[in-house]
Design a protein around this ligand. Structure first.
Ligand code: X8Z
Ligand code: ZN
Length: 520
C-alpha cells in the first residue's frame, strides 16, 4: 500500500513536466516508466488493499506449498527445493551428488602416503628435540612443523632432510643474492605464463595491484586475486616479501589472474572456474614445474641439476615437495569436514573447539601446541583465515588432486620423458595451448568436460599424485621399516594421564607430605 502511494505521488510529480517532448531519450524513458502505474493507479483504496492481499496470499501459498505422498520419500518436499544448509550450497558448486563421498574416497587413497611421511618426520624430530615432548599417542605437536597452522611443512625441510650432503641450496638466499625485488618476482611469474603462450598481465594490473604491505594502514594480508569483470581491471593484493614461499604465492595469485583473462569473453555468469577447485588448481599448476631442479637451474637459483642416477638428491627433492604438497592433504580435507558438520547442526556451538581438535588429531595426526585441553574457552578454527573470512576450503583439496592430473597430462603433451616429478613445462607452447583450451571454457561446461579437454578423463583421480611421489613412498617405507605408522584417533589430552605421569605426581606428593611431617 505504501509503495502504491509512493508510485502515485511520483507519477503526479512527473505529470508536471512536458516529458513527452523531452529531447534526452534516457530521461524521457525514465519519466515514461515513472508514469506507468499499473495496479497502483487504482483509486479505490479498498480495492487496492484487496488486490495486494490476494497477491500476498497467493505468493504465500506457492512458497509454503508442499508435495506429499511421494513414493520412497518419508517427508513432503518443497515446490522449489532450496539447500538444507550452507554446506550443501557450497558443495552444489561441484555439481555431483556424490561429492562428499568422492573426496572421502580420494583422501583414503592418499592417506598411506601421508602416514609414511608423518611417521618419518616424527622420527626425525624426535631425534632433534627431547623425545619427552612427543605424545605416546603418535601425534606430532603442531608447533614443531614450521607453519602457524601446521598445514605445510616445507619450512622444516632442513631438520628432516634425508641426505644432508646432497642438500638443496636455500632458494630465499639465492633470490636475495641475485638481487630479486618484489616487482621482479611478478615478472618472473609472468615470464613463465608467457613462455607457454598465455597472456601477459594487462597494463592496469601493474598500476592498480597492491603488491606490498602499505605502511600507512592495516590491510588484509592474506594474498588474493581480483577480477573486476570489466575486461581491463585485474589485480593481486599481496603483502609480498622476498622469500621462496612468497615466490610460490606470487605464481599462485597470477595463476588466478591468468584464468580470469582466459575466460574473459564468456558471458558473465560463466566467468568463473569450472568449479572452485579448478581455480585453485590452475593457480598452483606452475609451482610443480617451477620447483624442479631443472627450472631453478635455468633461473640461476641453483648451481647444478642432479644427474639421473643421483637418487639421494632426487629423494631430497621429493621429500621437499612432499612437505609442501602431501602434508597439506589432510589439512585441505578436514577444514570443511569441520564446517560442514557445523552447518548441518551436528556440531553445536558448545563443541566447536572440541570437534576441531578431534579432526586435527584424527586426520592430521597433530596435537595442540600447548599441553592443555583446548576447551570451548578457545575458538582455534578462528585462527585460520578462511574460517572468519567465510571462504570454503575443500577447493584446495580438490586443487591438489587436479594439479597433479593436469601436470601429468601437460607433461605428456610436452613430450616429457623420465619421472613425472622432474618435468618442467616452461616454454612449451603445446602444453600451454592445451591448458588454454580448458581455461577458456570458464564454467560454461560441467567441470568433467573441462577436465576431459586436458586429461582425457571425466573423473578426479589420485593416481597422478601417487605416481609423482611413488619413488619417495618406496623410500619412506624402507626407512620406516615394519613400524606401525599410524597414530591414535583421539587427541593425547583426552586420555587419562600416562602411568609415568601418575608415578611422578605421587612421588612429588609423598615428598611434600614428608616435608610437612618433618616441619610440624
Ligand atoms: O588461501 C590460499 C591462497 C589464496 S586462494 C593464498 N591458499 C590456501 C591457504 O593459504 O590456506 C593457497 C593454499 C591453501
Ligand atoms: Zn588461490
Amino acid at each position: 500500500m505504501e509503495f502504491s502511494a509512493f508510485s502515485k505521488e511520483a507519477a503526479q510529480n512527473a505529470s508536471k513536466y512536458d516529458w513527452k517532448n523531452f529531447q534526452n531519450e534516457t530521461v524521457k524513458r525514465l519519466f515514461e516508466k515513472i508514469s506507468s502505474l499499473g495496479f497502483s493507479a487504482v483509486n479505490d483504496t479498498e480495492k487496492l488493499r484487496l488486490i495486494s492481499n490476494l497477491e500476498a496470499s497467493l505468493t504465500n501459498m506457492y512458497s509454503t506449498g508442499k508435495v506429499c505422498n511421494i513414493p520412497g520419500e518419508s517427508t513432503c518436499l518443497e515446490l522449489e527445493p532450496g539447500f538444507k544448509d550452507t554446506g550443501e550450497y557450497w558443495r552444489s558448486w561441484y555439481e555431483v551428488p556424490t561429492f562428499e563421498s568422492d573426496v572421502r574416497n580420494l583422501y583414503n587413497e592418499l592417506s598411506e602416503l601421508y602416514q609414511h611421511l608423518h611417521y618419518y618426520v616424527r622420527q626425525k624430530l624426535r631425534n632433534k628435540y627431547n623425545a619427552d615432548v612427543f605424545p605416546a599417542t603418535g601425534h606430532l605437536p603442531a608447533h614443531l612443523l614450521g607453519n602457524m597452522w601446521a598445514q605445510q611443512w616445507n619450512n622444516i625441510y632442513d631438520l628432516v632432510i634425508p641426505y644432508p650432503s646432497a642438500g638443496r641450496v636455500n632458494i630465499t638466499k639465492a633470490m636475495l643474492d641475485k638481487g630479486y625485488n618484489i616487482t621482479y618476482m611478478y615478472q618472473v611469474a609472468e615470464d613463465f605464463f608467457k613462455s607457454i603462450g598465455l597472456q601477459p598481465m594487462p597494463e592496469r594490473f601493474w598500476t592498480e595491484s597492491m603488491l606490498e604491505k602499505p605502511a600507512d594502514r592495516d590491510v588484509v594480508c592474506h594474498a588474493s586475486a581480483w577480477d573486476f569483470y570489466n575486461k581491463q581491471d585485474f589485480r593481486i593484493k599481496q603483502c609480498t616479501s622476498i622469500t621462496e614461499d612468497q615466490l610460490m604465492t606470487v605464481h599462485h595469485e597470477m595463476g588466478h589472474v591468468i584464468y580470469f583473462l582466459e575466460y574473459m569473453n564468456q558471458p558473465i555468469i560463466f566467468r568463473r572456474g569450472a568449479n572452485p577447485g579448478f581455480h585453485e588448481g590452475m593457480a598452483d599448476i606452475v609451482t610443480l614445474s617451477f620447483q624442479t631442479p631443472e627450472h631453478l637451474f635455468k633461473l640461476g637459483l641453483v648451481d647444478s641439476v642432479p644427474g639421473p642416477n643421483d637418487t639421494d638428491a632426487d629423494i631430497n627433492f621429493l621429500l621437499r615437495m612432499a612437505l609442501e604438497k602431501v602434508a597439506f592433504l589432510p589439512f585441505g580435507y578436514l577444514i570443511d569436514q569441520w564446517r560442514w558438520s557445523v552447518f548441518k547442526g551436528e556440531t553445536t556451538p558448545n563443541k566447536y573447539n572440541q570437534k576441531w581438535w578431534e579432526l586435527r588429531c584424527e586426520i592430521q595426526g597433530i596435537s595442540p601446541p600447548v599441553n592443555l585441553y583446548r576447551d570451548e574457552e578457545y575458538f582455534d578454527p578462528g585462527a585460520k583465515y578462511h574460517i572468519p573470512g567465510n571462504t570454503p576450503y575443500i577447493r584446495y583439496f580438490v586443487s591438489y588432486i587436479l594439479q597433479f592430473m593436469w601436470h601429468k597430462s601437460l607433461c605428456d603433451v610436452a613430450g616429457h620423458t623420465g619421472p613425472l616429478h622432474r618435468c618442467d613445462i616452461y616454454q612449451n607452447r603445446a602444453a600451454g595451448e592445451k591448458l588454454r583450451e580448458m581455461l577458456q571454457l570458464g564454467s560454461s561446461k560441467h567441470w568433467s568436460e573441462a577436465l576431459f579437454t586436458v586429461t582425457g578423463s571425466r573423473t578426479m583421480s589420485a593416481a597422478p599424485l601417487i605416481e609423482y611421489f611413488q619413488p619417495l613412498l618406496q623410500w619412506l617405507k624402507k626407512q620406516n621399516g615394519n613400524a606401525d605408522v599410524s597414530w591414535n584417533k583421539a587427541c593425547p589430552q583426552n586420555e587419562p594421564p600416562s602411568s609415568a605421569a601418575i608415578i611422578k605426581i605421587s612421588v612429588s606428593l609423598t615428598f611434600i607430605s614428608l616435608i610437612f611431617v618433618f616441619l610440624f
